[in-house]
Design a protein around this ligand. Structure first.
Ligand code: PLP
Length: 391
C-alpha cells in the first residue's frame, strides 16, 4: 500500500474494500499452484463447505471470479424466466444497479421489469412487495438488497422471503454487505439465491463473488431449455463443475486459498459472535454520532456500516483531512435515482477486520475535525457515548 509521508497507521474504514487480516495477506503470497490438481480441489472443497456454513445453506455456494456485480448479474440472468416479469426493489444505488442490469437483458429475454423504488434512507415497505407479487403472479424473480450500502439501510429480507415463498418467484438477495456482518440465513429464511462478494465483510481483497443456490433455484436452472444470453456467467456451468469440486474457468487461485483462511477465521470466532461484534460497533458509532449532533442517513440503519449527513459548514473535504492528518479512510456519498448524496454524507464501515480501536480512532478524529470546523461545541465528547454501547 502507498504510504503517506507521515507514515501514520492507515485505517481503511470504507464499506468496501475493507482491511484484510495479516493471516489472509500471508496466504495470498503463497506460490501459485495449478488448479486442475487434487491439492486445489481439496482447498476448493473446504472453502465451499465453509461458505455453506457462512451463508447458512445446504446448497452449493459458487465462487466466481469477478466482483460482487459479476456474481449478482449471473444470478439475475440465469434465474429470470424469459417472457416473465421481474420485480426489482431499489432503496439505494445497488438496488438501482440491479434494475439497470435487467434493463440490459430486457430485450434479449423479453422481460418486463416491475420496479419498486423507495426513497433513499428508507427500507422497502413489505406491503409494497406483497402488492407487487399479488399484481404480478407470473413474476419469476424478486431482487432485493439486504444491507443497502449506499444508504446504510437494512431491508427486512426475512419477511420478504416469507412473501416470495408463497409465490412462484425466486428471491435473489444481494448480501454483499450483510453476509458475514449481519444475520442472514439462507435456508432458514427461505432465500433462493444469496450473493456476496469478497471485499466487504469477508475480510478478503476484491476479486471473488459468491453465489448460494437453494433447491428452487437449482430446479430453475435445470429447467432452462433456451439459449442464455451469457457464457462465462452461465451458472449451470459453475454448478456442474462445483459438483466435482472444480470450477469451469481458471480461478484466482491465491484468492481462493485466502478465502479459505478468512472463512476459517469467521467460523472460528463464530457467526453469532461476529454479528454481535458488528452490532456493537454500529450501535456505539450511532450513539457517538448522535452525541456529536449529527443526523444519520437511515431511518432503519444496517449494522454493517453507519452513514451521517455532514453538519452545516462541513463538506466532503473533511474526508481528505481525515486521511491526511489521521490516516482514517471513510467513504462519501453517491448519486442515484432515489437520492443525491455526493458531497453531503459520509459512511464508516463496521464490517470484517475492524478493531474497536479503529472505530474509536475514527470517531475521535472526526470529532476533532468537526470541532476545528466549528461544527460542534468544545464540550462535545463522543467517545463516552460510543463506549456505553460499542465497547
Ligand atoms: C459493494 C456492493 C456491491 C457491488 O459490489 P462490487 O464488488 O463492487 O461489484 C453491490 N451491492 C452492495 C450492497 C454492495 O455493498
Amino acid at each position: 500500500m502507498h504510504q503517506p509521508q507521515t507514515d501514520l497507521p492507515q485505517r481503511l474504514l470504507t464499506p468496501g474494500p475493507t482491511a484484510v487480516p495479516p493471516r489472509v495477506l500471508e496466504e495470498l503470497a503463497q506460490p501459485i499452484i495449478h488448479h486442475r490438481t487434487k491439492q486445489f480441489r481439496e482447498i476448493f472443497s473446504d472453502l465451499s463447505q465453509q461458505l455453506q456454513q457462512i451463508l447458512g445453506t445446504q446448497g452449493p455456494v459458487l465462487s466466481i471470479a469477478g466482483s460482487g456485480t459479476t456474481a449478482f448479474e449471473a444470478a439475475q440472468v440465469c434465474l429470470a424466466r424469459p417472457t416473465s416479469q421481474v420485480i426489482t426493489i431499489a432503496s439505494g444505488k445497488f438496488g438501482e444497479r440491479w434494475q439497470d442490469v435487467y434493463d440490459r437483458y430486457a430485450e434479449a429475454m423479453a422481460l418486463e421489469q416491475v420496479r419498486i423504488n423507495v426513497p433513499w434512507g428508507e427500507p422497502v415497505p413489505l406491503a409494497q412487495v406483497a402488492q407487487a407479487l399479488c399484481e404480478h403472479p407470473r413474476a419469476s424473480v424478486v431482487t432485493v438488497v439486504h444491507s443497502e450500502t449506499s444508504t446504510a439501510t437494512v431491508n427486512d429480507v426475512r419477511s420478504i422471503a416469507d412473501l416470495t415463498r408463497r409465490s412462484d418467484a425466486l428471491l435473489i438477495v444481494d448480501g454483499i454487505t450483510s453476509v458475514g456482518a449481519l444475520a442472514c440465513e439462507m435456508d432458514v429464511w427461505g432465500i433462493d439465491c444469496l450473493v456476496t462478494g469478497s471485499q466487504k465483510a469477508m475480510m478478503l481483497p476484491p476479486g471473488l463473488g459468491f453465489v448460494g443456490l437453494g433447491k428452487q433455484a437449482l430446479y430453475r436452472l435445470d429447467q432452462i431449455d433456451y439459449a442464455l444470453p451469457v457464457y462465462n456467467l452461465d451458472l449451470r456451468k459453475w454448478v456442474a463443475s462445483y459438483q466435482k469440486a472444480d470450477v469451469p474457468f481458471t480461478p484466482p487461485v491465491p484468492l481462493v486459498r485466502a478465502a479459505k483462511v478468512a472463512c476459517n477465521m469467521i467460523l472460528e470466532q463464530g457467526l453469532d459472535a461476529v454479528w454481535q461484534q458488528t452490532r456493537r460497533r454500529a450501535e456505539g458509532t450511532r450513539a457517538a454520532l448522535r452525541a456529536m449532533g449529527l443526523r444519520l442517513i437511515s431511518s432503519h440503519p444496517s449494522d454493517s456500516l453507519t452513514g451521517a449527513y455532514y453538519p452545516d459548514g462541513v463538506d466532503d473535504s473533511i474526508r481528505h483531512r481525515l486521511r491526511k492528518k489521521h490516516g482514517i479512510h471513510l467513504a462519501g456519498g453517491q448519486d442515484g435515482r432515489g437520492g443525491c448524496w455526493k458531497g453531503k454524507i459520509f459512511r464508516i464501515s463496521h464490517m470484517g477486520y475492524v478493531d474497536i480501536e479503529d472505530t474509536r480512532a475514527a470517531l475521535l478524529a472526526l470529532e476533532s475535525e468537526l470541532r476545528e470546523a466549528g461544527a460542534i461545541g468544545s464540550q462535545t465528547r463522543a467517545l463516552p457515548a460510543f463506549d456505553d454501547v460499542g465497547g
